[in-house]
Design a protein around this ligand. Structure first.
Ligand SMILES: Nc1nc2c(c(=O)[nH]1)N[C@H]1C(S)=C(S)[C@@H](COP(=O)(O)OP(=O)(O)OC[C@H]3O[C@@H](n4cnc5c(N)ncnc54)[C@H](O)[C@@H]3O)O[C@H]1N2
Ligand code: MOO
Length: 568
């Protein structure tokens, strides 16, 4: 496996102040795109930074982030960069410093890594991003710390005056910033919910590895590679029914047939052969096996010749693997084939994370008692089935009344053990929806606060103080199923340290008819019988009838004409 190269030393200054005049003064860095705040998107673009300073008003930020403010507030971007640089005064001159705005919904760590690598390659004082219109983005750049300090000594108020003449630029596609309400709406349309989830999931800590019996490990994820304890095959064995022969033919047939699971008599003389069954160990003295189709026998059967030269139907000891070979890498999900491989390799115990343990709670005073004002819980059974399908061990939790205290209790230190807590309902902003309040009460960190998705877009994901994760699903049953189908794989992979599989896309023939103009849509689909898929419309999210008979669920992009991501 390739070793990841050690990232060069990096610090970051993130500008998160400003008046956002064109956004009517809204707090732009706190605006959500794809369920994440723009400030969190900027932070996620510098995951390796050893020091990060955010310049702007007080906000909820991770503890490792330093904060400062330009003096006076709103004195402009150069003053803000200078305030950030002052906090980073101990950063060595040759360290790289990313200078970023917090209004770039599509900025990623790959972008910043590319700028930093180019700067190191060409030795420029700074490499700035060029946007799709070939305009340099002064607030998407990676500087040499010394060059930034020098530039700040002579700069005036404009960012342009900060940029040295020998600055380099690098084209970065799709990094447009958000200035207007229209920009924000467009960014929200394009924010892929799966990408937003994957980015949010980088904030989660994988569960602790544990040792477990191979037979108990289905659905877990290898925390250490599976290494063979014994070779396979453990002895030279016949791969076909035929003859074990010694020396070159013709061969005289001797002894009684060697059966699998039994020791055969040795072939002591050249020119002899013995009948052998598939799976039997080659008897001592035998050189190779010839399948019976490739052997001609004298009419009395006593003398054999080969009809095809050279082929050997022996499966040699260790030809599949030798002791110590890696049979599956860390990050592989334990499935039936892996369990069988481990058994065949003499491995009785594995070091794994998981399987994921999930508790599913329902919520809402009206749910669970079909009376005049109550309804049956129809959401938790399909959500539990979905979780099991992703390899989770599911416990049925409590039915929680509409109160912050009850919800906080289900998420707090006395909750049942497990990495994932699912709460159905209470994600909304209505008078009886208290999940956000409960999360605040227990000090959870909100990672996803809604996604541009229908149904299910009201979902919440939060990191619990004890290392677990809360997945809050919209209460309408179809919303709960859609949210679980979308989120559980990503959460599972992050919590169990699994390598995510490649995305799978379906050709949905009627996508244009079901696609939403602005949002991502989850739709039930079935094969059309000719390699394509057909979607069915969801008539009501309040009941599950639209999902009856669905083969799987597809995530259809806004205004899509065809391709959709398979979710389950
Ligand atoms: N003003 C707005 N109201 C609502 C919006 C909105 O955008 N603006 N979105 C609606 C959608 S869509 C959904 S989904 C829900 C999400 O809100 P909650 O997660 O707080 O869900 P609840 O209010 O608790 O319940 C919604 C609905 O689902 C029924 N429900 C709840 N649990 C179950 C269950 N276990 N089995 C069956 N049905 C369940 C519940 O009785 C409600 O009818 O918000 C909408 N409102
Ligand atoms: O989450 Mo609601 O449809 O979008 O049911």
């Amino acid at each position: 496996m390739d070793q990841p190269s050690t990232p060069a030393r990096l610090a970051a200054i993130i500008l998160a102040g400003g008046r956002a005049r064109r956004l009517a003064g809204a707090d732009k860095p706190a605006s959500l795109v794809g369920g994440r705040r723009l400030i969190d998107i900027a932070l996620a673009a510098v995951p390796h930074a050893e020091q990060i300073v955010v310049v702007g008003p007080d906000r909820d930020l991770p503890a490792r982030v330093q904060r400062t403010r330009e003096n006076p507030p709103f004195a402009g971007p150069v003053a803000a960069v200078a305030a950030g640089a002052a906090v980073l005064e101990d950063v060595p001159d040759d360290c790289a410093v990313a200078v970023l705005a917090a209004d770039l919904p599509f900025l990623t760590a790959e972008h910043i890594d590319a700028l930093a690598a180019r700067r190191a390659d060409v030795g420029a004082p700074v490499v700035l991003a060029l946007d799709d219109d070939n305009r340099p983005q002064y607030l998407v750049g990676v500087w040499r710390a010394a060059a930034l300090r020098t530039a700040l000594r002579t700069a005036h108020a404009s960012m342009r005056s900060l940029i040295p003449d020998d600055a380099e630029t690098m084209r970065l596609s799709g990094i447009a910033d958000v200035d207007t309400p229209e920009d924000l709406a467009a960014a929200r349309r394009h924010a892929d919910p799966v990408a937003a989830l994957a980015a949010a999931a980088t904030d989660l800590d994988p569960a602790a590895p544990r040792h477990t019996g191979v037979d108990e490990s289905a659905g877990a994820v290898l925390a250490e590679p599976l290494r063979a304890a014994v070779a396979f095959p453990a002895f030279d064995t016949a791969a076909m029914d035929g003859y074990a022969v010694r020396g070159s033919g013709p061969w005289r047939l001797v002894g009684s047939a060697v059966r699998a699971g039994h020791d055969g008599q040795p072939l002591t003389e050249p020119g002899t052969a013995v009948s052998i069954a598939t799976g039997a160990a080659l008897p001592p003295g035998a050189d190779r096996v010839i399948r019976h189709e490739e052997v001609a026998a004298r009419s009395d059967g006593s003398v054999l010749t080969s009809t095809r030269s050279g082929r050997d139907d022996t499966r040699r000891r260790g030809s599949s693997w030798a002791v110590g070979d890696v049979l599956a890498a860390a990050g592989t999900t334990v499935d039936a084939a892996l369990i069988g491989t481990a058994r065949g390799a003499g491995v009785a115990r594995l070091v794994v994370r998981g399987p994921l343990r999930a508790t599913v709670h329902t919520s809402g005073d009206e749910v669970g008692s079909p009376t005049a004002s109550g309804i049956t819980d129809t959401a938790s059974p399909p959500v539990a089935t979905l979780l099991s399908g992703f390899g989770a061990r599911v416990a049925h939790g409590a039915h929680l009344p509409d109160s912050p205290a009850a919800l906080a209790g289900a998420l707090g230190p006395d909750r049942p053990p497990g990495e994932l807590v699912v709460v159905i309902g209470a994600t909304g902003r209505g008078a009886a929806d208290h999940l956000r309040a409960a999360l605040a009460r227990i000090g959870a960190r909100l990672l996803i606060d809604g996604l541009p998705l229908r149904p299910g877009g009201s979902l919440l994901i939060a990191a619990l103080p004890d290392g677990g994760v809360l997945l809050g699903l919209g209460g309408n049953p179809v919303a709960a199923v859609a949210g679980a189908a979308l989120c559980v794989p990503t959460l599972r992979d992050a919590l169990l340290g699994a390598r995510p599989g490649p995305p799978e896309y379906l050709s949905v023939l009627d996508a244009a008819a079901v696609a939403h103009p602005d949002l991502w849509r989850v739709v039930p689909v079935c094969p059309d019988g000719a390699g394509g898929w057909l979607a069915s419309a969801i008539t009501s999210t309040a009941e599950l009838r639209s999902l009856i008979g669905a083969r799987t669920l597809a995530l259809v992009p806004p205004a899509s004409a065809g391709s959709a991501r398979r979710l389950v």
